[in-house]
Design a protein around this ligand. Structure first.
Ligand code: RP5
Length: 191
């Protein structure tokens, strides 16, 4: 079995308006050449499709499902209730730009993403879904990769390399800060 040819990860989201956030998960997986399949499944607007998708994911042999949703974010939990495939939930700060906005109503969600986070993380005992931080779809991609790495030693190696890359970039930045002094460092980096 090859993770580069057959999709072993399903990425789903509740609305096209989630796609700008969810693409971060896809980008991480693309970077590591992990094939994934992406779809829009709405727990509320297409409830029957949700059940079908869970069966489809099992048939496809997906190892992980990354599910993003905003507001009353039921998608990750409902998918998890229909399958034993591990689900990583991405709480999304609802963008709401599909609706006509009232003047000055440029706010995204009344609860700033906490609504989605709690909807996803507060699953009942016995039906777990893991949740990454609000809008942290990239982390969901890395987490899914970690699950796959249990089966693919090559991916484990890549994750170790990624860790040392992170380590080295912090060291590099720290060296710059030490050399330039804090004020100069800030004005150069965040100009
Ligand atoms: C949720 O409702 C979706 O996940 C989305 O974040 C939110 C708003 O959806 P749209 O009104 O933008 O389609 O189901």
């Amino acid at each position: 079995m090859s993770y580069t040819k057959k999709p072993l990860i399903g990425i789903i989201m509740g609305s096209s308006s989630d796609s700008r956030i969810m693409k971060d998960a896809a980008e991480v997986l693309d970077e590591f050449k992990i094939k994934h399949e992406d779809q829009i499944i709405s727990a509320h607007r297409t409830p029957t499709r949700l059940e079908e998708y869970a069966k489809y994911a099992e048939k496809m042999g997906f190892k992980v499902i990354i599910a993003g949703a905003g507001g009353a974010a039921h998608l990750p939990g409902m998918i998890a209730s229909h399958t034993v495939i591990p689900v990583v939930g991405v709480p999304i700060l609802v963008y709401n730009d599909k609706q006509v906005r009232l003047e000055n109503n440029t706010k995204f969600s009344a609860f700033g993403g906490l609504d989605s986070l709690l909807s996803i993380s507060e699953m009942p005992t016995g039906s777990p879904v893991v949740a990454v931080g609000v809008n942290k779809a990239g982390n969901a991609g890395i987490y899914a990769m970690k699950i796959l790495a249990n089966e693919f030693p090559e991916l484990k190696k890549k994750l170790i390399q990624y860790k040392s890359f992170q380590h080295n970039s912090v060291l590099k930045e720290s060296e710059e800060m030490k050399k330039q002094g804090l004020s100069k460092f800030v004005s150069k980096k965040f100009k």
